[in-house]
Structure formats: structure tokens, C-alpha cells
Write a protein that binds this ligand. Structure first.
Ligand code: PRP
Ligand code: URA
Length: 242
């Protein structure tokens, strides 16, 4: 296995000198304003290290993936609109705060995207969740749409689109086309994913410049089978069946 080339950085707690921090590969930088990458903290890098390792067994893969999904959902929620909300505290004082404006729903791209539903539910109680079944052809890597079931009023909602792997971008583009055909404006879609490829991001951000992407990590490239490298292999297989 040849060593992967990619940006590296000293990662560790702020109180440590740079020379005392270990070096790790961090997310590749992308120049699109609508792509938000999670801060490359020691915690995130350690969680990603667990799920990338081929030696990580399914129970741990699920546990550590779920932790990253939670970070993604929490960050995604920061990109929804808020309005002023002032409340009175038990000691009779006011606090000038905020509340979320507008209704949301989740939409998972099946199968792997369903793994992200619980993380969304943990943050947004009784959130509505739609499903789109898209499968990538193993030979051609082209996506095929099989099924969708979406909330009837989806056009009035903000949509958190869920899929952990963003390789060529074909599946996500197809899912966004379905959402747009149901009247969801591009600017009300947030796409949450764990690992993206630079190609997928470029294809997607060029086609949908107003849609926001929140990703944990942009990897180096795609291999000859359009798998993300270094990646983590097939997310759906590792989460559900391996
Ligand atoms: C994977 C993944 C994405 C897609 C990414 O799903 O979850 O949906 O491939 O590849 P792309 O960006 O090149 O389209 P897959 O179709 O393998 O199905 P699965 O969820 O059942 O594993
Ligand atoms: N789907 C996956 O699960 N992994 C990849 O690397 C690409 C598509």
C-alpha cells in the first residue's frame, strides 16, 4: 500500500506546543463557500480513525459512526435560520435568546443514509423523515432511483438530506433532483455526510451553488472503482451486514 498524500497537521489540545502534538492527515481544503467542513479536532480525527480502520468490528463501527453523525447533525442545525426569542427566567429577569424558525424534516438516501436518522431524531424530537432509495450500480457507479416516500408538505420545510458517503456525487445529485421536483428550493436543503471526495463536492457545488453541504472530512480522491480513498470501504455493508 503506497502512503496516501494529503494535507497533514499537528492535532492535539491547544495547551500542547505544536512540536508535542502528533501529526495526522486532515481534511482536504475546498474553495466552495457552501461547503462546511467540521473543525478538525483531535476528537473528530480519533473517531474517524476508528471507522476508517479495516480492523474495526461492526459494533464499534456503528458506535463511532453514530458519534460523528451526532457532530454533523449538531453542526447542520447551526445553518438553519433563527429568530429572536426573549424569555423570563425563574428569578424574574429576561434573557434575549433565539429560537429556530421554520419546519424541518430529514430525508435519508437508503440504505446507508438511514444510519443517520437516529442522530437527527436524538436532536430533533419526532422529526419527520422521508426516504429515497437510490442504489449505485456496482459496475458503472451510476445511481438508479427505485423509490421515494416524502412528507406531503416537504416544499414548506427545510430538508436535512442524509447520506454518509459522497463519492462521485451521482446519488446525492439524483436525490436533490427528486426534492426539487417536489418543490423544495435548493437553498432550503442541507446535505450532511461523513466523508466526501473533492470530485463529488465539485460536481455538486457547481450544479447546486445555493445548497449547503456539511461534511466531516474531504478525502483525497476516488479510486478506479469510484470508491473514496483512503475512505472507509462500503459504509452500508460495514454498518448493517459485515
Ligand atoms: C453508497 C453511499 C451513497 C453512494 C455514494 O450507497 O451510501 O449513497 O454510494 O456514491 P456516489 O456519490 O458515487 O453516488 P450505495 O448505492 O452503495 O448503497 P447502500 O447505501 O445500500 O450501501
Ligand atoms: N459508497 C461507499 O459506501 N463507499 C465509497 O467509498 C463509495 C461509495
Amino acid at each position: 500500500d503506497s502512503p496516501q498524500v494529503g494535507p497533514t497537521q499537528c492535532v492535539g489540545p491547544d495547551y500542547r506546543a505544536e512540536s508535542q502534538k502528533p501529526i495526522a492527515t486532515v481534511s482536504t481544503e475546498v474553495q466552495f463557500d457552501n461547503v462546511i467542513t467540521l473543525p478538525q479536532t483531535p476528537q473528530l480525527i480519533a473517531l474517524l480513525t476508528m471507522i476508517r480502520s479495516k480492523n474495526t468490528e461492526r459494533a464499534d463501527f456503528i458506535f463511532y459512526s453514530n458519534r460523528i453523525i451526532r457532530l454533523l447533525v449538531e453542526e447542520g442545525l447551526n445553518h438553519l435560520p433563527v429568530v429572536e426569542q426573549t424569555v423570563t427566567t425563574p428569578v424574574g429577569r429576561t434573557y434575549a435568546g433565539l429560537m429556530f424558525q421554520g419546519k424541518i424534516c430529514g430525508v435519508s438516501i437508503m440504505r446507508a443514509g438511514e444510519a443517520m436518522e437516529q442522530g437527527l431524531r436524538d436532536c430533533c424530537r419526532s422529526v419527520r423523515i422521508g426516504k429515497i432509495l437510490i442504489q449505485r450500480d456496482e459496475e458503472t457507479s451510476l445511481p438508479k432511483l427505485f423509490y421515494d416516500k416524502l412528507p406531503e408538505d416537504i416544499a414548506d420545510r427545510w430538508v436535512l438530506l442524509l447520506d454518509p458517503m459522497f463519492a462521485t456525487g451521482g446519488s446525492a445529485i439524483m436525490a436533490v433532483d427528486v426534492l426539487k421536483s417536489r418543490g423544495v428550493p435548493e437553498e432550503r436543503i442541507l446535505f450532511l455526510n461523513l466523508i466526501a471526495s473533492p470530485q463529488g463536492i465539485k460536481n455538486f457545488a457547481t450544479k447546486f451553488p445555493k445548497l449547503r453541504v456539511v461534511t466531516a472530512f474531504v478525502d483525497q480522491k476516488l479510486d478506479e472503482k469510484n470508491y473514496i480513498v483512503p475512505g472507509l470501504g462500503d459504509f452500508g455493508d460495514r454498518y448493517y451486514t459485515m
